[in-house]
Design a protein. Structure first.
Length: 226
């Protein structure tokens, strides 16, 4: 599907499910959509100034804001390839490049289904200081909720550990403005940057597709540090 058509399709898909209906929809979900690709660096690029323009939601930056390298990931909470990246590659990438001040990392929402949107909404409701940690936790425990016959109960159990009450949980999932912002973030990425699968990365504007290993990032990042 071409990017502009994908963006339109995403917008229509999310409009069909109002935030107040997310809980009911998730209760009826038997399997969430999971998409991804093998590690295949793409020669395509997007100007970094366009990538860094403010979007529907504020970016949450991990690492030094002044780092010379900017890594942006577009992910979906129900994407098994995204979960594998966060489990297998992200710890090494963070330790080697982000924690050392060589690169900054930004994760942006690209929900492929309403359940993924719900996960992102809850992560945002946790607050900017807890958002990325909760996303990592949701990826780590993805099999317990994203592919469950009744995902709401295990999903609430996970966010409860981050301090959510039942009322907090339900209020967050009924937040119309946040729901719109999450879905618009994905639609904007599809339309402007040609994203059609997850995870998709940009390293200083260079587009990389798929579940990349740390060795794949080394090949791209090391030359930028010389």
């Amino acid at each position: 599907m071409k990017p502009n058509r994908l963006a339109a399709a995403m917008t229509r898909r999310f409009r069909r499910v109002a935030p107040a209906g997310l809980i009911a929809l998730a209760l009826a979900t038997t399997a969430a959509l999971a998409q991804g690709a093998n590690a295949t660096p793409d020669a395509a690029a997007a100007p970094i100034d366009q990538l860094m323009e403010p979007g529907p939601l504020p970016d949450i930056v991990e690492g030094s804001p002044s780092a010379a390298i900017t890594i942006i990931e577009y992910a979906s909470m129900t994407c098994s390839h995204c979960a594998a990246f966060h489990e297998e590659t992200w710890p090494s990438l963070k330790a080697k490049y982000v924690d050392t001040g060589k690169a900054k990392f930004i994760l942006r929402e690209f929900p492929l289904d309403p359940l993924a949107a719900a996960g992102f909404m809850l992560a945002r409701c946790a607050g900017p200081d807890k958002r990325d940690a909760l996303i990592d936790q949701l990826f780590t425990q993805q099999k317990t909720w994203a592919f469950a016959e009744k995902p709401i109960e295990p999903l609430f159990a996970l966010v409860k550990q981050a301090g959510f009450s039942q009322a907090d949980f339900e209020t967050c999932l009924k937040n119309q403005q946040l729901y719109d912002q999450v879905s618009q973030t994905g639609a904007r990425a599809a339309e402007r940057f040609g994203i059609d699968s997850t995870p998709t990365f940009f390293v200083n504007g260079r587009k990389l597709d798929g579940e990349l290993a740390i060795s794949d990032f080394d090949k791209v990042l090391e030359p930028l540090l010389k």
